[in-house]
Design a protein around this ligand. Structure first.
Ligand code: ATP
Length: 208
């Protein structure tokens, strides 16, 4: 399995948001997580990528238990808040995970991934010089440039127009088909439509 979560529980200010979440995702599988606003989708993704720790339960990525945030190659994230560095261009932001691995073709690979997402012409612009939807696609480019074992995407189509959403969905599907386990939290029926498996958070548990 690419990712296994066992009995994840998490409370905030005594409100139990997650109560025993179990999840197992295979390499190459595309899973969506739905559920109403406030049901705990982002909270769950934060735990799956090691940004937050559960009160109970464990997460394994490629059979290794998470202890803090794993490397970007094991688990890459498209967060809801994007988190692009404002002082770096889109190409430089996208290249960051490759620079950490010492890849010599960081620039060319980043521009290629930006182009795959339809924003190759914006590679040398800074985040504040492009729209929020374009920033979102750059944050997705940064997440997939290293071909991670697991990709966690929080609302990957939330800020993009219809045509751009189609591009994002095609790329997410392609990333899964190349072997990455993709887990996307979403309200968007178009994302659910391209997934292999659709789950929903209901009263703190994942249900089909
Ligand atoms: N760090 C935190 N401190 C306190 N409460 C939190 C924290 N993180 C999440 N919560 C609470 O947990 C619940 C679930 O929040 P979460 O953001 O995971 O929902 P969501 O399903 O992702 O919602 P949305 O669809 O609006 O993004 C909410 O009631 C939220 O207020």
């Amino acid at each position: 399995m690419a990712l296994v979560a066992n009995g994840i529980g998490r409370s905030f200010r005594r409100v139990e948001v997650l109560r025993g979440v179990d999840l197992a995702v295979e390499p190459g599988e595309f899973v969506t997580i739905g559920g109403p606003s406030g049901s705990g989708k982002s909270a769950l993704l934060s735990i799956l990528c090691g940004f937050d720790r559960p009160d109970v339960g464990s997460v394994l990525i490629r059979d290794e238990e998470l202890d803090g945030a794993p490397s970007w190659q094991r688990c890459a994230v498209l967060p809801q808040a994007l988190g692009l560095a404002g002082e770096l261009t889109l190409a430089e932001n996208t290249a960051l995970p490759l620079l950490l691995t010492g890849s010599p073709e960081a620039r060319s690979r980043s521009v290629a991934v930006l182009a795959e997402l339809g924003i190759g012409d914006l590679a040398d612009r800074y985040p504040n010089e492009v729209s929020y939807g374009q920033q979102q696609r750059a944050a997705l480019a940064r997440a997939i440039v290293v071909e991670p074992a697991v990709l966690l995407a929080d609302e990957p189509t939330a800020h993009v127009d219809h045509a751009s959403a189609e591009v994002v969905l095609t790329v997410l599907r392609r990333v899964a088909d190349r072997g990455t386990a993709v887990i996307a939290a979403t309200h968007d029926p178009r994302v659910h439509a391209v997934a292999d498996r659709r789950l929903r958070l209901d009263k703190g548990r994942l249900v089909a």
